[in-house]
Every structure is written in structure tokens, then in C-alpha cells.
Design a protein around this ligand. Structure first.
Ligand code: FES
Length: 158
């Protein structure tokens, strides 16, 4: 399948074509795709006139960037100490079972990626799960189905 560069070009065009804008451009591309496709990185390198190796250097230096395909919906389960003692691992297992993937993996249909984090800075409301940037505290296994439905429903309404 041919990669459509139009979306990437319009993201790049919103920024000054300067090296200083590189991180912001990569952040915007990642929020568009949830990861940094190779074709997008090549386009950034060409348009900003920055050697490809330097763009990759930045993309691999910052852990916020992913060079691996990620799903449309990102689920992050906190396994920091506070969330761990309040049942974080059980929540992770439940997501894992329902989606049939392990932490760090993406469902075959590219809908969901399951990730873990060590603390989100809101331990008091643990166990915490973040789905597509929305925080859910006091997480229980019972809430999982409705949250998955809620986030997939957003798609069908678009
Ligand atoms: S340990 Fe989960 S938010 Fe801090």
C-alpha cells in the first residue's frame, strides 16, 4: 500500500521549515499516526533539509517517539508502586486477556496498543489507566469492557 504523504506534508507546513521545529513536527506526526512511519521521517528529512540520520537520531533519543507501528487506541496501564499495590497488574492482565495481546503489543487489526508506565504522577487515584490521553482512576476489571466500548464508539461516531 502506498503511503499518503499529504497528511505529513500538511503537518510539516504548519511549522517553520527549520531544524528548531523538528521535535514539534515529529510530535505532531506521532499524534496523527500514533507512531512515526519511515516514509514520514524521510519526508521530514527532505523538507527540512536535515540528514535522515539526524532525524532518526532525535526520533530514537526521546522515548516519547515510537518507530514501531502502534494502534489507533493507546492503552497505558500504570504499574508504579502505588498502582501496583492497588491491583495494577490485575488490570493489565485483564486488558491483555480481552485484547489477546501482551504489554508492548498491538492487536492485529491495529485498533489497540497495550503499554505500561511506571508512574503517571496521580498515585492517589490508582490504579490508573490512560486511554487515548484520558485518565481513568480507581480502575477495576469491571470497567474495562465499557471503556473499550466507549473508545471504539468514538470511531463509529466519526
Ligand atoms: S504509581 Fe500509578 S500514578 Fe503513580
Amino acid at each position: 500500500m502506498e503511503f499518503n504523504l499529504n497528511k505529513v506534508d500538511s503537518v510539516i507546513d504548519k511549522h517553520p521549515a527549520k531544524r528548531d521545529a523538528l521535535i514539534s513536527i515529529l510530535q505532531d506526526i506521532q499524534s496523527e499516526y500514533n507512531w512515526l512511519p519511515r516514509e514520514a521521517i524521510i519526508e521530514v528529512s527532505k523538507k527540512l533539509n536535515i540528514p535522515l540520520i539526524d532525524v532518526y537520531g532525535v526520533a530514537t533519543f526521546f522515548s516519547q517517539f515510537s518507530l514501531k507501528p502502534r494502534g489507533k487506541h493507546i492503552i497505558t496501564v500504570c504499574l508504579g508502586t502505588a498502582c501496583h499495590v492497588r491491583g495494577g497488574p490485575r488490570i493489565l492482565d485483564e486488558f491483555s486477556r480481552r485484547l489477546n495481546i501482551k504489554a508492548g503489543e498491538t492487536t492485529e487489526d491495529m485498533q489497540f496498543t497495550l503499554e505500561t508506565v511506571n508512574c503517571l504522577g496521580c498515585c492517589a487515584i490508582g490504579p490508573v489507566v490512560v486511554i487515548d490521553g484520558e485518565y481513568y482512576g480507581g480502575m477495576t476489571s469491571r470497567k474495562i469492557d465499557s471503556l473499550l466500548a466507549k473508545h471504539t464508539k468514538v470511531d463509529s461516531n466519526q
